[in-house]
Design a protein around this ligand. Structure first.
Ligand code: HEM
Length: 400
């Protein structure tokens, strides 16, 4: 992956007679494989035609999963009152509702529904992996990682089987995953190694997004005034057939946009890591080459000097008052520089549209506890924090 001239490596590995891979054919600058892969990632997730197709597919999956009937799926359904609020209510786990709806949609978009032909439990294996994956960056000793390894091995097995199938049996595998696995094999990676890298990509796609959706929803559902403001912003977007025109969602719904930004600020426990390659001075500190510098995002995101005296509180008004706050240096929820998150635009559209569609179709109220749960700051997180407790929500269908 980090070899200076991947083409040179290929020459010693390739099968004579087979077409040369992309990193030999179309890599005149002789870039490192990891840098080529980086470009593919940006091409898949940002402003190209490819990104638009992916986004359309993802939003289509979300749209079709938000129906009254599908809310009864046992993965997040808790109970039903057939006579509640006039036409019946369903009680759901908000955490599982966000998790399964978004992870399902992303897996179908990037891997294709045919992945379930290999293993119908694929999503469950992924969820098990997600639950235990914090142990990787925290370097938990191997003997305490049996749960993580079990989930990882199951996922690797599915990917190996899936990638071994003829292309016509996995027609919806996305361009990025297909290109990555085939080029990695050309480089001499085993199929199991390529499968392991696919798991990491799926992790980057899913880990933060559904947790963000949870926080955005929790604040809206637990604050009737906030909910009313957002619903009044959504009402003019309603088409005669009841669907929403979401093309200008962010500019039409400044309150929803502010909830997104405030949740991103308050519940982000990410750390960006950089290695110094030459002597560098930051403030009054001189950092020698070879030092790893860590930038914990939460510390700057909670700075009263940047966000005001109520920096520790959830307050959407700060984003409504100051439209330049988003571009302040102290706000870096997606990291920065060369490794700036390439999925940031997709993540925002995915979460805000999910919330907007759900709010336009259903009325959601807290079932029991009416306070937003506290974040589990004691639990290691890759970036977005988990809540300490779930929130149960009572859902009914919106009339008219
Ligand atoms: C709210 C959701 C998200 C948050 C808060 C988030 C945050 C981050 C952060 C903090 C980084 C590290 C940046 C750095 O080291 O400078 C990162 C990297 C990355 N993210 Fe995201 N992310 C989110 C959603 C997504 C989505 C939806 C995708 C893909 C569709 C994605 C793909 C990636 C990838 C591939 C990297 C590695 C980039 C590299 O190393 O070059 N992320 N993300």
């Amino acid at each position: 992956m980090f070899h200076e001239r991947p083409a040179a490596l290929y020459k010693s590995n390739h099968d004579i007679g087979k077409e040369a891979p992309f990193f030999v054919k179309e890599n005149p600058l002789d870039k490192r494989f990891i840098d080529i892969q980086d470009e593919w990632i940006k091409e898949q997730f940002q402003s190209s035609e490819r990104a638009k197709v992916t986004e359309k597919l993802l939003l289509g999956y979300l749209d079709s999963s938000l129906t009254w009937e599908k809310l009864s799926t046992p993965r997040y359904f808790v109970s039903e009152d057939l006579y509640g609020r006039g036409g019946g209510t369903k009680t759901l786990s908000l955490y599982s509702f966000c998790r399964y709806t978004l992870v399902d949609a992303a897996c179908m978009t990037f891997l294709g529904p045919e992945i379930l032909d290999v293993d119908t439990e694929f999503i469950e294996h992924y969820v098990q992996w997600d639950n235990t994956s914090w142990k990787i960056p925290h370097q938990v000793p191997r003997f305490l990682c049996r749960d993580l390894n079990k989930a990882r091995n199951k996922l690797v097995d599915v990917f190996v089987n899936y990638y071994s199938k003829p292309e016509k049996e996995r027609p919806h595998l996305s361009w990025l995953f297909d290109r990555m696995q085939s080029e990695q094999q050309h480089l001499g990676f085993s199929l199991r190694e390529a499968a392991s890298i696919s798991i990491l990509m799926l992790w980057a796609i899913n880990f933060n997004t559904f947790r963000m959706a949870f926080w955005v929803f929790a604040h809206i559902i637990c604050d009737p005034q906030l909910k009313a403001s957002i619903i009044s912003e959504l009402t003019p977007l309603q088409r005669p057939d009841g669907s929403l025109d979401l093309t200008e969602l962010v500019s039409s719904c400044p309150t929803l946009d502010a909830v997104w930004l405030e949740a991103l600020r308050l519940y982000n426990n990410g750390t960006v890591a950089r290695n110094t390659i030459r002597t560098t001075v930051i403030g009054n500190k001189t950092i020698r080459p070879g030092t790893q510098v860590l930038g914990p995002l939460r510390i700057t995101h909670l700075q009263p000097s940047i966000f005001g005296p109520d920096a520790a509180e959830f307050n959407v008004d700060r984003w409504m008052r100051d439209k330049n706050l988003e571009s302040t240096k102290g706000f870096a929820p997606f990291g920065g520089g060369k490794t700036l998150c390439p999925g940031r635009f997709l993540a925002k559209r995915e979460v805000t549209r999910f919330v907007a569609i759900a709010l336009s179709r259903f009325d959601l109220k807290p079932a029991g506890e009416t306070k937003v749960p506290l974040p589990a700051i004691e639990k290691p997180a890759l970036t977005m924090l988990d809540p300490r407790t779930d929130l149960l929500v009572e859902v009914s269908q919106r009339k008219g």
